[in-house]
Design a protein. Structure first.
Length: 821
């Protein structure tokens, strides 16, 4: 907690001294309280469930102090004290020792230990124990591990362990089991209702059971590994944030200082293959959606401004449609000398680092597709191949190993080399723009099927690594990354970097329940399964831009299993008039989306159309009186799990009846005061005439900004020749400090989601758009008056009427020309 002292609070020295003493006393009390609070894990289970053995392994691996209530009682018995004799007689009768005796033994052991993390094995055994522990020790457990084991297995283990204990016989065992069921299970139910219980299936060998425990404890280690060493923990987090900000500053372009480090020319002979394939994997060809006039997708504006259609069942046909309208090829282009593919989801430089993977229940195959046993008989993980619109089977999964009910899981990974080949050190930014584009593309496509989508952001980097089988498919990495860019045969730079996973589920009704610890446990078993297919090589030679991989390592997300999975309410986006969209369907818009190469510099955008585009950029959509923009309720922003952090500075060039100038769209109105304080004091912050009441758009300055926009966007005419261009300005360093360095790529994801909305909106109203990754970072900040790292420009965009190159021939997406381009 931070305390700020202002003049109004301390008008004189005496009041200041009193205030100072109060604050110091409070801080001292809090610090003492923190020092006295150990990290407590209760470990519960029936006799013979293996909890003691697992505690030994946990203590060794995760550096917990292992306190066994039973061992402490037996030690007391061996001391020949009065308490020891009494304890012996009680245990022999199969009864439970009085709570105060056991709790005081535990408290003594806790206080005398040099550790602050404790596994308390076999306690509390009843509600009286629980209440006594919380009263005497003064804390609740942070987590409860419950080793769930069948009764017959527990009896067999106890009678076979032959440790010479007087209570290891069949009669006493029966009594102990009855006591456990009657008294111990209510304690487990109590803590389960408080969300503190993690149930572990205790059937299996010691190592097999421990494999189920490790993901849960690994998460605790990341979050609470050193609960009292606050400085050490925060410094580690601070180091990761510093690494992210160093990378960000290092990869800035500058009007006067030059461009970020990159290749001096393009090595066309080693351009990465845009199509990753898993050779020898079984294939499931997907269905192609019918072309016009048989387009059965809903009207474009309807999925944003009205309720979603009824949910379709998960099937071969519906999953085919999901991927066809989000991540498939949209066309081939040819000049006669060269041919290349385009996709529904945009990518910086059309290089497509983003790979997609589907975790699905068994699919009922359509009548058009012959049954394929690996896909129809079990749940499965597959890699999506956009080149031929098919799924490549990676692993078959038995149903008990898949704790996802009535849902699909779509995961994304990035091959950083694909962008680095062209853009060098700045490529990590562009890869994360593309993740955002893919997130939005999947969310919009899912909406046409009546499905909702949300990030599974409680999972960590390592969970996703296991999910995608990257230990099996990625080339071996070096023990140590190089400390400078290196050229040569470096297959490991083709590795996939896990980004995120989405849960896809029917819209409406009760959202699925997700237990992140249970899901992580299931994912931890996947690497041991049979994995199919070997990835193809993408380039003969490579360049390792070392700072990219070091930054990717620094900003890996830790697991946050304690976070609950929740789904935001669905809000409609405001609609001025459906006529603005000319009755275009979603499929027409998403599959005809292109990145414009040039703008005509002439077209004037109607003001209502301009406002409508911006209304669809709002995260919260339609709101009630007094409510503010900020929560991500609308499509596709609702796929994200955090409040909006990205705004837009707009350079308005050609919008009818709207003065040229610099404008600002505030997408999270909680940031408005800070934005005003951080930016130039001479800015107007006036609402433009005719602006819809719910659109937080402000005019900062009047004037012709065309040359300025061009200059800031690396001297590119496309930034000045459109109707308007913009820079996406994110709240930056405070987000990383508050939440963690893992938010660094996520800020770029948010800009990518916003960019995809701009792409779709432009095409839906009959014009075009282009994302601009090349801009002079700090020169943009200078124009806005921004200093430091509180706000940073992360992505630029331009919208206008495109100039088409008639020399380029368009070819159908499928069947393609059979080349890798």
């Amino acid at each position: 907690m931070k305390y700020r002292i202002t003049r109004t609070e301390v008008p004189n020295v005496l009041r200041f001294m009193a205030f100072f003493k109060t604050v110091i006393a409070k801080l001292a009390t809090e610090a003492t309280s923190n020092r006295c609070n150990p990290f407590i894990t209760f470990v519960l289970g029936g006799p013979g469930s293996g909890k003691g053995t697992q505690c030994v392994k946990i203590a060794e691996t995760f550096r917990f102090a292992h306190l066994s209530a039973g061992d402490l009682l037996r030690e007391e018995m061996s001391s020949n004290s009065e308490n020891g004799t009494m304890i012996h007689d009680i245990i022999k009768d199969g009864k439970i020792v009085p709570s105060e005796i056991t709790v005081n033994l535990l408290r003594k052991a806790i206080h005398s230990s040099g550790n602050h993390k404790f596994l308390i094995d076999g306690f509390p055994r009843n509600e009286e124990n629980r209440i006594a522990f919380e009263r005497i020790v003064g804390v609740e457990p942070d987590i409860v591990l419950f080793f769930d084991c069948p009764e017959e297995e527990m009896v067999k283990r106890v009678l076979n362990r032959n440790q010479g204990r007087v209570d290891d016989n069949i009669d006493t065992m029966k009594k102990r089991l009855e006591v456990f069921k009657k008294l111990n299970l209510p304690v487990i139910d109590y803590y389960s209702a408080k969300g503190k219980v993690c149930k572990i299936n205790a059937v299996g060998t010691v190592n097999e059971v421990f494999e189920k425990v490790q993901p849960v404890l690994a998460a605790l280690r990341c979050i609470r590994d050193d609960a009292l060493d606050i400085e050490s923990s925060s410094s580690s987090s601070a180091a990761a944030v510093d690494a992210a900000t160093r990378y960000h500053n290092r990869t800035k372009h500058s009007l006067t200082g030059g461009y970020a480090r990159g290749p001096r020319g393009l090595d066309w002979a080693n351009q990465p293959n845009p199509f990753l394939r898993f050779l020898s994997s079984p294939l499931l060809p997907l269905l192609h959606s019918p072309p016009e006039p048989h387009d059965d997708s809903p009207l474009y504006h309807s999925v944003f401004s009205s309720s979603l259609p009824p949910p379709q069942p998960f099937s071969h046909a519906s999953i085919s449609r999901l991927l066809y309208d989000s991540l498939s090829l949209s066309a081939w282009k040819s000049t006669g000398l060269s041919t290349w593919s385009l996709r529904v989801n945009p990518s910086s430089g059309n290089l497509h680092p983003t790979e997609s993977h589907l975790l699905s229940p068994p699919l009922p195959l359509s009548q058009q597709q012959p049954s394929s046993p690996p896909f129809s008989s079990s749940s499965f993980l597959a890699h999506y191949s956009p080149k031929d619109h098919s799924l490549e089977l990676r692993a078959s999964i038995s149903p008990p190993d898949l704790p996802l009910h009535r849902s699909l899981l779509l995961a994304f990974s990035s091959i950083l080399w694909r962008e680095a080949w062209k853009y060098g050190e700045r490529a990590f930014r562009y890869c994360n723009h593309d993740v955002g584009h893919a997130l939005a593309a999947a969310a919009v496509s899912a909406a046409t099927l009546g499905w909702d989508v949300c990030l599974l952001d409680g999972l960590g980097h390592d969970d996703l690594h296991r999910l995608l089988g990257l230990d099996r498919s990625n080339p071996p990495s070096p023990d140590r990354l190089p400390d400078r860019p290196v050229r040569g045969r470096l297959p490991w730079v083709e590795s996939q970097h896990p980004d995120c996973a989405l849960l896809i589920f029917p819209f409406g009704g009760t959202p699925p329940s997700v237990d992140y610890a249970e899901l992580a446990l299931a994912l931890s078993r996947l690497p041991a399964m049979e994995w199919l297919g070997k990835p193809n090589s993408l380039s003969k030679d490579h360049v390792c831009w070392d700072v990219i991989y070091k930054t990717a390592e620094a900003v890996k997300k830790p697991p946050t299993y304690g976070e609950g999975f929740s789904v935001n309410p669905f809000h409609r986006s405001p609609l001025i008039s459906p006529d603005l969209y000319k009755d275009m369907t979603v499929r027409q818009v998403v599959r005809k989306r292109r990145s414009a190469v040039d703008m005509d510099g002439v077209h004037v955008l109607e003001k209502d159309t301009f406002y409508q585009i911006l209304l669809h950029c709002l995260p919260s959509g339609e709101l009630g009186l007094g409510e503010k923009q900020g929560k991500q309720f609308t499509l596709p922003f609702r796929v994200l799990t955090w409040d909006a952090e990205v705004h837009a500075a707009l350079f308005v060039h050609r919008v009818r009846d709207l003065p040229k100038g610099l404008y600002f769209l505030v997408r999270n109105e909680e940031h408005l005061d800070r934005l005003k304080s951080a930016m130039r004091s001479e800015f107007e912050w006036e609402r433009p005439e005719g602006c819809p009441a719910g659109l937080p758009l402000y005019r900062l300055a009047r004037g012709d900004c065309r040359e300025l926009a061009k200059q800031l966007s690396c001297h590119q005419d496309i930034a000045s020749d459109g109707c308007f261009s913009l820079g996406m300005v994110a709240r930056f360093e405070p987000v990383l400090r508050e939440k963690g360095a893992w938010m660094y790529p996520r800020l770029f994801w948010e800009t990518g989601v916003l960019g995809q909305v701009l792409y779709l909106e432009a095409h839906a109203v009959g014009i075009s758009a282009t994302g601009i990754g090349c801009y002079f970072d700090d020169d943009v900040h200078e124009v806005l008056g921004l200093q430091g790292l509180e706000f940073q420009s992360l992505y630029h965009f331009t919208i206008g009427s495109p100039v088409l190159d008639k020399r380029i021939l368009s070819l159908p997406a499928y069947p393609g020309p059979g080349i890798d381009a």
